[in-house]
Design a protein. Structure first.
Length: 131
C-alpha cells in the first residue's frame, strides 16, 4: 500500500526530528491521520507533529490547507511525499527510534458524492535504529 524511508534523523535529547519519505504504492488516495503517526524511542511513545508544511506538500495551497485543518497526511496516487516531522518525548531517553503508522485509509466515493474512508493497512513500523 505504501512505503516509508528517511533522509535524516536528528536526535536532540527530548526532541527527535525526522525527514520522512512517504510513498503511496497504490493507485488510490491514501489518508493517514496525524494522530496515527507514533514516534517510539525505547519504551517511550509520542505522536509525531508536522514540523513545517513544505510548499506543495499536499498539491495546491488549498489542498494543503484542507489537509492541515483535517489533521491528516494525504498521499496522492504514486506520490513521494517528503516531510519533516518532530517527535517530542518526555525524557532524553535512549533506545532505537521507530515510527509506527497505526492506520492507513483510502478514500472511497459513495452515493451522492459522499466520501468515506476505508482502512487498508495498519500497524506499519519503520525502524531507524537510532540510539
Amino acid at each position: 500500500v505504501m512505503s516509508v524511508s528517511a533522509d535524516w534523523i536528528k536526535n536532540k535529547g527530548k526532541v527527535v526530528d525526522v525527514k520522512l519519505h512517504l510513498n503511496s504504492d497504490s493507485r488510490e488516495f491514501l489518508v493517514i491521520p496525524f494522530s496515527d503517526l507514533v514516534c517510539v524511542r525505547g519504551s517511550e511513545q509520542t505522536t509525531a507533529i508536522l514540523a513545517t508544511p513544505a510548499a506543495g506538500m499536499f498539491g495546491s495551497g488549498r489542498e494543503q490547507l484542507q489537509a492541515l485543518i483535517a489533521n491528516e497526511v494525504v498521499l496522492n496516487p504514486d506520490q513521494d511525499l517528503k516531510q519533516v516531522f518532530t517527535c517530542r518525548f518526555d525524557s532524553k531517553g535512549e533506545g532505537p527510534f521507530s515510527l509506527r503508522i497505526k492506520n492507513v485509509y483510502k478514500r472511497v466515493s459513495g452515493m451522492g458524492g459522499s466520501v468515506t474512508l476505508k482502512r487498508v493497512a495498519g500497524n506499519l513500523v519503520w525502524n531507524a535504529g537510532l540510539n
